[in-house]
Design a protein around this ligand. Structure first.
Ligand code: ATP
Length: 240
C-alpha cells in the first residue's frame, strides 16, 4: 500500500489574470479522509477540479497511485479510480434510482443482468432499496445525495471526491450520510477528499486537512492540528 494515494505538486492555476492556486502542494494519505478548507474564493473548488481533471493546472503535476495523471481527462481518471460527486446532484430524473446506478456501471461495459444485480447492491448499500423503482426526480435532497454516492460507488473508485455532500440536506438526514461515507472508507477502503462548509461535518469525517487562502496553502496536517490554526479558528469558529 502506498503511503500517499494522491499528490499535488507545485500546482498553479491562473484564469487569465486571476491566480486561483499558487504553488499548492497536497498529499492525500491512502485510506484517509482529507478536507479542503478556506474562505470564499480561496481556491477550494479549483483544487478539487484539478484533482478530478476538470481544470488543467497552468503548471505543476497531479500524481495518482504513483502515475502522473496531469494530462488525463476526467473520464480517464474515473477509469483509473477517481470519482466525484457534484454540489448540485445530477441524476437522470426520468430514470429510476436503480437505472441511474446502472448507467454508471454500463459505462464500464458491464452485461445487463450483472449490472442490475450489482446496481441493486449499491442502492442497498446507500439505503435506497425501498426507492429503487421510483423515478429519481421524486427523491428528497438527502436521498439524491445518497443516490449520487451509489453512482460514484458504481465506478469502483479508489479516491472519491465529495463536493458539499451535506449541502442543502435537512439536519436530521446529515448523520445518515456521514455514516455512509465512513462506511465507504472503512468497509471499502475508499480514500476521500471533501470540500464542505459545515465544520461539524468536517470534524466528524476528516483525518487530514489543507487550509487555503487566496490560492495559497496556509497550513496542512491532521484535521485536529489544522483546526487549531489561528486563521482557521477565525474563519470557521468565529474566533478573534
Ligand atoms: P467558494 O467557497 O466561494 O466556492 P472557492 O474556495 O471554491 O470559493 P474557487 O471557486 O476555486 O474558490 O475560486 C478561486 C478564485 O478563482 C476566485 O477568485 C474565483 O473568482 C476564480 N475563478 C474560479 N474559477 C474561475 C474561472 N473559470 N474563470 C475565472 N476565474 C475563476
Amino acid at each position: 500500500m502506498l503511503a500517499d494515494l494522491l499528490s499535488i505538486e507545485k500546482v498553479t492555476v491562473a484564469f487569465g489574470g486571476i491566480v486561483a492556486l499558487k504553488d499548492v502542494h497536497l498529499s492525500v494519505r491512502d485510506g484517509k479522509t482529507t478536507a479542503i478548507l478556506g474562505p470564499n474564493g480561496a481556491g477550494k473548488t479549483t483544487l478539487f477540479n484539478v484533482i478530478a481533471g476538470a481544470v488543467s493546472p497552468t503548471s505543476g503535476t497531479v500524481v495518482f497511485q504513483g502515475e502522473d495523471v496531469t494530462a488525463q481527462s476526467p473520464s480517464k481518471r474515473c477509469h483509473f479510480g477517481i470519482a466525484r460527486t457534484f454540489q448540485i446532484t445530477q441524476p437522470f430524473g426520468g430514470l429510476t434510482v436503480l437505472e441511474n446506478v446502472m448507467v454508471a456501471l454500463t459505462a464500464k461495459a458491464t452485461p445487463m443482468k450483472q449490472a442490475r444485480a450489482e446496481a441493486a447492491s449499491y442502492v442497498d448499500f446507500v439505503g435506497l432499496s425501498a426507492k429503487a423503482d421510483d423515478p429519481a426526480r421524486v427523491l428528497s435532497t438527502g436521498q439524491r445525495k445518497r443516490l449520487e454516492l451509489a453512482r460514484a460507488l458504481a465506478t469502483k473508485p479508489r479516491l472519491l471526491l465529495l463536493d458539499e455532500v451535506t449541502g442543502g440536506v435537512d439536519r436530521p438526514s446529515i448523520p445518515e450520510i456521514l455514516n455512509l461515507i465512513r462506511r465507504m472508507r472503512e468497509e471499502r477502503g475508499i480514500t476521500i477528499v471533501v470540500v464542505e462548509h459545515n465544520m461539524e461535518v468536517l470534524f466528524g469525517l476528516a483525518d487530514d486537512a489543507i487550509f487555503l487562502n487566496r490560492g495559497e496553502v496556509v497550513v496542512t496536517g491532521t484535521m485536529a492540528a489544522v483546526a487549531e490554526h489561528d486563521s482557521v479558528r477565525r474563519i470557521y469558529l468565529g474566533d478573534g
